[in-house]
Design a protein around this ligand. Structure first.
Ligand SMILES: Cc1cc2nc3c(=O)[nH]c(=O)nc-3n(C[C@H](O)[C@H](O)[C@H](O)COP(=O)(O)O)c2cc1C
Length: 160
């Protein structure tokens, strides 16, 4: 069972979070590849049951590059896949959840099944997806891998 994580990252923070999320998904038995938004393997992504997208927060929203990608989703057939979103930001109140909302909305427009776990997945409560503040990225590693496990468990429940 394959999964894809697509991220935009200029200075490495969002890429590192993508890799931590992938670690948790791999622990649950999924085959996971992370791709920079500039270099997506569409065949792998189209063969995946789960697509997770990560963005740096720019002006309390996704980056412009991520917005363009979301509008076109070049070469991707994503309808019916499980979708999730994460973001990185400088500030705890810097607009991260609005960025998640943008990704999740685009996924719904494309017919994806969006998920994060919410309160039903227990602590830490993650309603829409992880928003990782740059300065705290290292110490929140466990939360990132745990969220990856949650996404993978839901993918297995739906698609196995
Ligand atoms: C143009 C620009 C706009 C930004 N706007 C915000 C913002 O509104 N809120 C915030 O918390 N961080 C903001 N940031 C900080 C980035 O979201 C943060 O540093 C992010 O972790 C960078 O990810 P990267 O290392 O993967 O490129 C901004 C950064 C840039 C370059």
């Amino acid at each position: 069972m394959k999964a894809t994580i697509i991220y935009h990252s200029e200075s490495g923070t969002t890429r590192a979070v993508a890799e931590n999320i992938a670690k948790g998904m791999i622990e649950e038995g999924l085959e996971v590849k992370c791709f920079s938004i500039d270099d997506v393997d569409a065949d792998w992504a189209n063969g995946s049951c789960c697509l997770i997208m990560g963005t740096p927060v720019y002006s309390a929203d996704v980056s412009g590059k991520m917005k363009m990608f979301l509008e076109k989703m070049p070469g991707l057939n994503v309808a019916g896949k499980l979708g999730g979103a994460f973001a990185t930001a400088n500030y705890a109140y810097g607009g991260g959840e609005l960025a998640l909302q943008t990704i999740l909305t685009h996924m719904m427009v494309r017919g994806m099944l969006v998920y994060s776990g919410g309160g039903a997945a227990g602590k830490p409560i993650i309603h829409l997806g992880p928003v990782v503040c740059k300065q705290a990225a290292d110490c929140l590693e466990d939360v990132q891998t745990d969220w990856g496990r949650r996404m993978a468990r839901k993918a297995k429940e739906i698609f196995r």
